[in-house]
Structures are given as C-alpha cells and as structure tokens.
Design a protein around this ligand. Structure first.
Ligand SMILES: [Zn+2]
Ligand SMILES: [Zn+2]
Ligand SMILES: [Zn+2]
Ligand SMILES: [Zn+2]
Ligand SMILES: [Zn+2]
Length: 377
C-alpha cells in the first residue's frame, strides 16, 4: 500500500457555502470577498449534489450431491478431474475481478464407478416399434395407380364383374385398351396394370402381408445411444463451486444543461470501499448517505466487493439583482484546493425565449436542406 490518496481521506473536501458564493461573486466580476452575495436577500444557494455509486459483489455458492453419468467405461478419465472429500472445507481461489466466471466442478473421491447399463443388453436395445420381432404388417394389395382403383379399372364392368354395367365415358370412346378384363372377360376394356381388379399386389411385401420393420430395418435391436453402444455407464457424485457476480447502482444525475460541464470536471470526489468496515466519507451529503447505506451490509455468501463512490457537490445560486441567470458552482479539481468552477444558465423565462429562437433556426435549416435537395434533382 502506498501513501493514502488525499482525495480518499476522511476529512471534508467540500467547499463551504461561503466559498461557493465567493466563486460566483468572482464570476460576476466582483471583488471575490463574497460580501455582496452573503448579505441577506442578495443571493440564494441550494445544494444539488450529484452521485454516481456502483457496488460490485462476488458471491460463493456450493452445491454437492450432484449425480452425474457418462456413457462407456470412463473411470480413469473421470478420476483425473479435480476432486474433493469434504466440500465445506475444500478451498478454491475466488476469481479476481467481477466478470462472470465458469463454476469449478469437482468429483467426490471414491464415488466413480463403471456399471452395466440398465437400459440395454450389451449396448443394444430391443426395437420399440416392432417389439423386437423385426417385422411389421403390410397391406397385401394396394390401389392401382394407373386407373386410380375406380371405375376406370374396366370400361365394361367398372371392376364389378358385371359386363356392360357401365357405359364407357366420353373421353374413353374411340380409345381402345389392349387387355381383357379378368373380372367380366370383355376384351380391350381393362386397365393394363390391374386388368380390371382395381388393385395390384403391394410391391414392398410382394403381397406377403408383412415387411421388415421400418424403424430397425429388421435388425430387431438398436444401438443404445445413451451408453454409446458400450453396455456400460460411468457414474459419480459431483459438486459445484460457483462465484456469481452482482452489481447495484445509485445515481443522482446532472440535469441535461449541466451534464457536459459536470462530466468534464476533475472535482468529483472518489472513494473506493473494499470491505464492510470501510466508512463513507464524512462530507458525503446526507441524502446520498441514506441511499448508499442500505447497500453496504455484507450480503449472504458475499466473498468480495468493490464499491466506487463518486460524488460532486453542486451549489445552485440565484442572484436577486440578476434574475435572468442561474449560477451553478462545483469543485473543479481534487481536494479542497482544486478551485471552484461556475457556469451560468438562463433562468426559465429566458429559456422559453431562447427555445423559440432555436425552433426558428431548425425550421430555417430544414428549408435550406429542402431547397438544396430540389436543386440536386
Ligand atoms: Zn445401454
Ligand atoms: Zn423394429
Ligand atoms: Zn405390403
Ligand atoms: Zn370387366
Ligand atoms: Zn388399374
């Protein structure tokens, strides 16, 4: 540890109200003695401190008794992994920083075993679709695709066997068929594929009524994927030590018109809090102290923290003799001797007038752009 940073010591580095008024007085071109602004009724000062607080925490969570398994005989492989005997006393280093990290996975010593796979025999499982028979039923005959299995099977009996029961349809007239119907015996009327039957023998089973099971292709058993077809499973008990992270924020941001000057200043007071015993600076404004305090107690299973507290005292000053402007004063450098910066902003009525001018300026800019685009066409 080096010498303490002067900005991190507990002493007050807050400029007093008097110093703030003095800075405004100087800004106004006065003597800097603040005598004018301190006099009752000449100026009003109110505190508008800014806050930017962030606390990062790292926790440690331990979970044990996790049942794990892997396909095949992996005893040697699993036994090589980091192991533990008593999880509660097992030490693992807390990861540095506050980025998310992978959990540490441990194997309980002596828990690794290679066991016979209970769900298969020798790495193979009976086919569930055919029940291990290797076959499934299959229709013997199927509808003829040439005639659709309908009345076009035979132009005379329409597949019924009663010759002449059907007049040939309009589009059938003049066409001749070369095969005779096996049902009614008429010549040159039958579908050449099914010869009047409307159905043909199934080509898959060749009319036998059963075929090889679609799922196992007739092999009756499958390779059991869960054990990689080995017939063995390696089991063990595992534990996990994880280090999740979390962050909380508290902010009092600058209003838009003060954002840039307060963002740029070096006057922010910065304090790092690395432990629950670290104390808040004595000059921290009370409202900020109240908002930060609930974040400071140690949370359950918290193992590391880093809180960055940044705050900037800001004084809002109105001067009775100068109602058009509001002045904002804040430290411009670290420590009590860092100087005070003063910026002025239009008071509200003036803002409205300026707002009108801004709208007019935007309208003119849009008109110029439209004209320029028309000239390009
Ligand atoms: Zn198996
Ligand atoms: Zn099968
Ligand atoms: Zn079939
Ligand atoms: Zn026929
Ligand atoms: Zn046919």
């Amino acid at each position: 540890m080096g010498p303490p940073d002067p900005s991190e010591t507990a002493g007050s580095s807050h400029p007093s109200d008097e110093e703030m008024l003095q800075a405004v007085e100087l800004h106004l071109g006065g003597s800097g003695e603040a005598s004018r602004l301190i006099a009752p009724g000449t100026a009003e000062l109110s505190a508008r401190p800014l806050l930017d607080f962030r606390i990062d925490r790292r926790y440690e969570k331990r979970r044990e008794g996790i049942q794990r398994s892997a396909p095949g005989k992996k005893l040697k492989h699993v036994s090589k992994q980091p192991s533990y005997i008593h999880l509660a006393t097992h030490h693992v280093p807390v990861p540095s920083g506050f980025a998310p990290t992978q959990p540490v996975v441990l194997v309980l010593q002596g828990s690794v075993a290679e066991v016979v796979c209970a769900e298969c025999k020798g790495g193979r499982q009976s086919c569930g679709v055919c029940g291990g028979s290797g076959t499934q039923t299959c229709p013997e005959n199927v509808k003829c695709k040439a005639c659709g299995g309908g009345s076009d099977a035979c132009w005379s009996c329409a597949g019924t066997g009663k010759r002449g029961s059907r007049r040939p349809s309009g589009n059938a007239q003049g066409k001749s068929r070369t095969d005779w119907c096996r049902r009614c015996g008429a010549h040159d009327v039958a579908c050449p594929k099914c010869v009047g039957n409307g159905t043909v023998a199934c080509t898959v089973c060749k009319g036998k009524g059963h075929r090889a099971c679609d799922a196992c292709k007739g092999s009756k058993r499958f390779r059991h994927e869960a054990c990689n077809g080995t017939g063995f499973v390696t089991t063990w008990t595992a534990a996990e030590i994880s280090h999740p992270v979390g962050a909380d924020h508290e902010r009092d941001r600058a209003p838009a018109h003060l954002w840039w000057p307060t963002y740029r200043t070096d006057g922010w007071r910065k304090v790092l809090l690395k432990d629950v015993t670290d104390e808040l600076p004595v000059d921290l404004p009370e409202p900020h102290r109240e908002r930060i305090a609930p974040h400071l107690p140690r949370k359950e299973v918290e193992v590391r923290r880093l809180a960055v507290l940044r705050y900037l005292p800001v004084a809002r000053v109105t001067v009775a003799a100068d109602p058009d402007w509001v002045y904002f004063a804040f430290p411009d450098g670290p420590g009590a001797d860092g100087g005070i910066k003063v910026v002025r902003r239009p008071a509200r009525p003036r803002m409205v007038r300026l707002g009108g001018i801004a709208v007019a300026a935007i309208l003119i800019a849009v008109l110029v752009m439209v004209l320029a685009l028309q000239m390009l066409d």
